[in-house]
Design a protein. Structure first.
Length: 317
């Protein structure tokens, strides 16, 4: 297939995208458009999307596939006019490495009592706590897909015990796994630090509630239960997190995602002494690491080869 006959790529987002994406996507000769040429543009064969304007993809008669710019695809699936074409999610070693670093950082900070020592430093208070070893703390992962397993391997390499929960049964090396509604209570009761990396679907929206958090193991070596959410803000109910922090059901939390982003200035989470806030920065999408695999998939699909890392629309991920 010559470059002249290769379909164009639509790079689309309601909020605009870094021009570097367009530059890198065009490096192998494909023409990249920021918007269709007219209400229906037959020249566009592929779309690379992040929170695309609703309706734009459904008007492309020759669209072959949609590529998500982020790890999740809820932003793509929210469009009620989405055409019936394959959707490809991001699977990147770079993305996995970023997430593994973030989760390991936050697990270690909570395990080594970072909040306590920062407060002691501010008070010029020389007072040491007894420090448990990693083997005395169990880290539970809600969501054990590609990102969850990568992060779990990094945490497990430090000696932490690992639990994992998913909607469907899964077998993961060096991890005790639980599945479905029946397995959730036992998973929570045996978890000290909860790491949430679930996709956002109709089944998982608002899953992090007060009732869920109060089932975590509080009588543990680190002095209380911990929540780390680096998945999606729609998974959590922030009022419930605050309630759990206030009554001791939850000892501390690290939150990278929020129900409304950017996090509103009036949110009490900003100044809460037991909460660590980051601005959806756990695993940024690096254009240099993600665009080339996309282009290779487009070329392969044009040759008649199957796409990889496809989204299951029924499951929502």
């Amino acid at each position: 297939m010559t470059e002249r006959t290769r379909g164009k790529v639509l790079l689309t987002s309601k909020s605009g995208v870094n021009p570097l994406w367009a530059e890198l996507l065009s490096e192998d000769g494909r023409e990249v458009l920021m918007e269709p040429d007219g209400s229906e543009d037959p020249s566009i064969h592929y779309a690379v999307a992040w929170k695309q304007p609703h309706g734009v993809l459904g008007r492309l008669p020759n669209l072959k596939a949609i590529f998500s710019l982020g790890a999740g695809v809820d932003h793509v699936l929210s469009d009620p006019t989405l055409p019936d074409v394959p959707i490809v999610r991001v699977v990147s070693e770079n993305l996995g490495q970023h997430m593994a670093e973030y989760v390991t950082w936050r697990v270690l900070d909570h395990h080594r009592r970072g909040t306590y020592y920062r407060q002691r430093q501010a008070a010029r208070d020389w007072n040491e706590l007894t420090q448990p070893t990693s083997a005395e703390t169990t880290v539970g992962f809600m969501g054990i897909g590609e990102l969850g397993r990568t992060a779990a391997r990094a945490v497990g390499a430090l000696g932490f015990k690992l639990n994992g929960w998913s909607r469907r049964p899964a077998d993961v090396a060096d991890m005790t796994t639980y599945a479905g509604a029946d397995g959730l209570p036992d998973f929570l009761a045996n978890t000290d630090i909860l790491v949430v990396l679930l996709p956002l679907t109709d089944a998982t929206r608002g899953i992090i509630t007060y009732d869920l958090l109060r089932q975590l193991r509080r009588d543990n070596a680190i002095g209380g239960a911990v929540l780390i959410n680096a998945g999606r803000g729609g998974l959590q109910r922030e009022a419930d997190i605050l309630r759990a922090l206030e009554d001791g059901s939850l000892g501390e939390a690290s939150l990278d995602v929020f129900e409304t982003e950017p996090l509103q200035e009036a949110s009490p989470l900003w100044q809460h002494p037991k909460v660590f806030v980051t601005p959806h920065a756990a695993a940024p999408s690096d254009p240099r690491a993600i665009t080339m695999p996309m282009l290779k998939q487009m070329d392969a699909y044009d040759r008649g080869e199957p796409l990889r890392d496809l989204v299951d629309r029924a499951a929502g991920y």
